[in-house]
Design a protein around this ligand. Structure first.
Ligand SMILES: [Zn+2]
Length: 120
């Protein structure tokens, strides 16, 4: 009798893609707005002034929705510690077609502004 494998558990990649696709709202302009959890938003006087970054968790590990979308939906290689930005400028957009590699390291500052401060 041939060995029939049990239905295998979804791989991490499949789980990630499922999470991403369930939380995307496609809007005008081609943006894929993240409707899931966001972290890092800035609040002032109880009002949100900056949207946080799209995130989700699998088995208690937190993932950046933008980064995972770039890799798994966009088919790009892992950007490592490089920063990903969106061409549309929306922090909540995770359309891989709108995501590009900034080339700067996460947390890094542009060289021009780190040493010299312009005086006015
Ligand atoms: Zn967009």
């Amino acid at each position: 009798m041939p060995h029939i494998p049990k239905k295998s558990k979804p791989s991490l990649k499949e789980k990630i893609i499922n999470k991403l696709l369930k939380r995307i709202k496609r809007v005008k302009g081609g943006c894929w707005v993240w409707v899931g959890k966001k972290v890092g938003g800035v609040f002032e006087d109880g009002k949100r002034v900056t949207e946080g970054y799209p995130t989700f968790t699998i088995s208690l590990k937190r993932y950046s929705a933008r980064r995972e979308s770039y890799i798994h939906l966009g088919g790009h290689s892992d950007p490592g510690d490089k920063q990903l930005r969106t061409t549309c400028g929306k922090p909540e957009c995770i359309n891989p077609a709108h995501i590009f590699l900034d080339g700067r390291k996460i947390g890094g500052r542009p060289r021009e502004t780190s040493k010299k401060h312009k005086r006015k």
